[in-house]
Design a protein around this ligand. Structure first.
Ligand SMILES: [Zn+2]
Ligand SMILES: [Zn+2]
Length: 184
């Protein structure tokens, strides 16, 4: 393994701990990733409004390019994109007690709906215009509590999730039984 000394913190670290940059010797930046991140964080803290304004301008000037890049990332990494998006959208309403890595490990393990066993469409994800398809993967809180944790989430198809809605798993199963008995 190759090592390099960070000119900021002075620590010797492996090449993997430095960002790639063609402008530098050995194609690695002088500062390690950790120091670079710390610098970005500090800069953001002190120039918050300006940074946000600049990002907005950058986004509106490069909208097509950014969207295209996002789309190609999404096509190549559908499960990672789903995980990030799902955590992001749930963070607005729920407490999150599951790490991205934990959820991602479930995602890698789940090819079909945990309720009806239909094959989940990870590739297309949400489908056209961001509308959920029948077999789009969605996250279900099994007990309908207001938090996400490894023990209370399952990945189910959009159709099952819509049908289950705010019911707990036990309530949902009773509901299905009730209908099955009625029409038996
Ligand atoms: Zn450093
Ligand atoms: Zn299902």
């Amino acid at each position: 393994m190759k090592f390099k000394i960070c000119t900021k913190c002075g620590e010797e670290k492996s090449f993997d701990d430095f960002h790639r940059d063609k402008n530098y010797k050995n194609n690695r930046t002088c500062w390690c990733k950790e120091c670079t991140r710390e610098q970005h964080r500090e800069h953001y803290k002190q120039n918050r409004d300006r940074v946000i304004a600049e990002q907005k301008i950058y986004y509106s000037n490069n909208k097509e390019k950014i969207l295209k890049r996002n789309r190609s990332y999404q096509l190549k990494h559908p499960r990672e994109t789903w995980t990030t998006g799902t955590l992001h959208s749930h963070a607005k309403k729920y407490k999150i007690y599951i790490s991205r890595e934990e959820l991602l490990s479930f995602v890698y393990d789940t090819d079909s709906c945990e309720i009806c066993d239909c094959k989940l469409d990870w590739i297309r994800g949400k489908g056209k215009k961001g509308r959920l398809m029948r077999n789009s993967p969605t996250l279900d809180r099994m007990d309908n509590k207001n938090f996400l944790a490894p023990h209370n989430v399952q990945i189910v198809c959009a159709a099952c999730n819509t049908l289950k809605h705010t019911k707990t798993m036990a309530e949902f199963i009773d509901y299905c039984k009730m209908i099955a008995e009625k029409f038996a």
